[in-house]
Design a binder for this molecule. Structure first.
Ligand SMILES: [Zn+2]
Length: 169
């Protein structure tokens, strides 16, 4: 029975509509930011009509059901019920399980909070490096030299470790 619902959803609902329904922006070339990896340039291709999607970084793709299942961490059946419900297709009498969505929302909020912390720290370190670079160099005989040398050590760490190993997210 669900096999039938799966195929009817796949025939009825374009990936473009699913992307828009769940808050993604598809650019003119048909690409959107992939929610399954840290994407900064849209690398998930939304194919025309009902031909699904493919992420060229994850090397993964599939149908609208695969997308919704992966996005909300649902099994295929729950994903189909959700699409059926959200697009008012009336294929199933079951209601989507909102606990799954609540869990997903909590995870999204947690990820966003972690990202904000990361970005704040990254920005602080950028500002710190900039400040150290702009400091006037005291002569080695100056009592300020020790402090300055310590800051240069910090700058060295930032340039050679932090900024080379840590990518802006
Ligand atoms: Zn991806």
């Amino acid at each position: 029975m669900y096999g039938d619902i799966f195929s009817r959803i796949k025939e009825a609902i374009p990936m473009q509509a699913v992307a828009v329904r769940y808050g993604f922006e598809v650019n003119r070339a048909g690409y959107m930011l992939c929610p399954f990896h840290n994407d900064s340039q849209p690398s998930l291709h939304v194919y025309d009509g009902t031909r699904g999607w493919w992420c060229f970084v994850c090397n993964e793709g599939g149908s609208v059901i695969d997308f919704v299942a992966k996005l909300f961490q649902l099994n295929a059946r729950q994903a189909a019920i959700r699409i059926d419900n959200n697009f008012h297709l009336g294929l199933s009498t079951e209601r989507p399980d909102n606990r799954e969505i609540d869990r997903w929302k909590q995870e999204q909020a947690k990820k966003q909070a972690e990202l904000n912390v990361f970005r704040a720290d990254y920005n602080d370190k950028c500002r710190e490096a900039l400040t150290i670079r702009s400091l006037p160099k005291p002569p080695p005989s100056s009592p300020l030299w020790g402090q300055y040398a310590a800051l240069l050590g910090k700058l060295d760490y930032l340039d050679n470790y932090f900024f080379t190993e840590t990518k802006w997210k």
